[in-house]
Design a protein around this ligand. Structure first.
Ligand SMILES: [Zn+2]
Length: 388
């Protein structure tokens, strides 16, 4: 998507009565339907292997949901295009039609063998639908900043991060877990492992929270305090609008590095798979929640677990809040390591201070390297100019 098109979408003025809301619903649902229909066509390459047994068991339910959503997209698209004469409604109608053609089996997909590599299209669609259904009403009813729109500046960029991280789930997991597995097979067995595995799952879950949070506290602190690392983490802090989607904005280098180091204690201590899965689902949901635009303050709980209020201060551009509140879940680490900041009022201004970070997804990817590339270019130029 070009920068002009992205800016156009980011400045959408969804006033009622112009057919824009219905066009937006039609286009977004239609696009998700296209992804869903493609999953039905190529399940062996576009769906996550763990979910495939559920899809084949409840095939009819998923297929009915797809057809229902196509009908919704077509309905809103027709209303916008015909009644309101909005051309974006026509685009939504086209998306619905394309999804119907793909999903109704008019185009016969070749039967592909199950391949070792896959794209998590289903993971992207399902997660997006579930999170949108939870967080859009939550932020609508309990907004901390009620003036902030759902489609605020930067949402297209953040949606690209969301899509990239979900569709590429296998690549991310592969790049993170493979080096650890290779390394772990080359070190002697950890004597603590049998003691951990003998414990109940709920206790392992709590231990995971405590251990991994200590690790991520220091990774996060290094991301802020080491200049080279900060350039990658600054991308996450570049958002000036906090909401559930803002949590997706993470540079791939940061994601890989953080996941690699945070996964190490999980493997080294040999936690049970059920405890690890429960922990990953819980902490992923919690990470989205603390970025969301909600005004809940949790009077006593806010000193025990990280809340939106706590993490919004971490994103604040106000001077006393800079480089504070590093903990992902346990604020006690910030108290112990003297980085806690929680005044009585709520944070209101967010973003990086002293940096102009571009808005586009591609430019944000290259931005952390720019300083070093420019430095290298300058050195080369000065070498050229120096007479031999
Ligand atoms: Zn940070």
């Amino acid at each position: 998507m070009t920068d002009q098109l992205r800016e156009k979408f980011e400045n959408l003025d969804l006033n009622a009565g112009k057919g824009k809301i219905s066009a937006f619903i039609s286009m977004s649902v239609g696009l998700l339907c296209i992804f869903g229909a493609l999953c039905f066509m190529f399940p062996s390459v576009l769906t996550t292997p763990e979910m495939r047994p559920i899809y084949s068991k409840h095939h009819e339910v998923f297929y009915f949901v797809l057809l229902f959503c196509i009908a919704i997209s077509a309905g809103f698209g027709s209303f916008s295009a015909i009644v309101r004469q909005n051309r974006y409604g026509f685009y939504g109608l086209c998306f619905a039609l394309l999804a119907a053609i793909l999903g109704c089996g008019v185009i016969k997909a070749p039967v592909l063998p199950s391949v070792p590599f896959y794209a998590g299209f289903d993971y992207f669609v399902l997660t997006l639908v579930i999170l949108a259904l939870v967080f859009i009403p939550l932020e609508g009813f309990f907004a901390k900043n009620p003036n902030q729109k759902i489609l605020r500046v930067g949402w297209v960029t953040d949606m690209k991060y969301f899509m990239f991280s979900h569709v590429g789930i296998q690549l991310f997991t592969f790049l993170t877990v493979m080096p650890i597995q290779y390394w772990i097979t080359h070190i002697p067995n950890n004597p603590i492992v049998p003691y951990i595995q003998a414990q109940p799952i709920w206790l392992q879950f709590i231990e995971l929270l405590i251990v991994v949070d200590l690790t991520t506290y220091w990774i996060h602190r290094c991301l802020h305090e080491v200049d080279f690392l900060w350039r990658f983490h600054a991308i996450h802090h570049s958002t000036e609008h906090m909401d559930w989607l803002a949590s997706s904005r993470l540079h791939i280098v940061e994601v890989l590095m953080t996941r690699f180091i945070a996964t190490l204690p999980i493997f080294l201590l040999g936690f049970h798979t059920s405890a690890v899965f429960a922990y990953l689902i819980f902490i992923s949901f919690h990470a989205i929640f603390i970025h969301s635009n909600v005004r809940f303050r949790f009077p006593y709980l806010r000193w025990i677990i990280a809340t939106p209020e706590f993490h919004h201060w971490h994103h604040s551009s106000e001077k006393p809040a800079i480089d504070k509140n590093y903990a992902a879940f346990i604020p006690l680490y910030d108290v112990i390591f003297k980085s806690m900041y929680m005044p009585e009022h709520l944070a209101s201004k967010y973003g990086t201070v002293g940096y102009k970070i571009p808005n586009s997804f591609v430019q944000q990817f290259t931005w952390p390297f720019k300083k070093y590339i420019n430095r290298w270019k300058k050195r080369r130029e000065s070498q050229k100019q120096t007479p031999h």
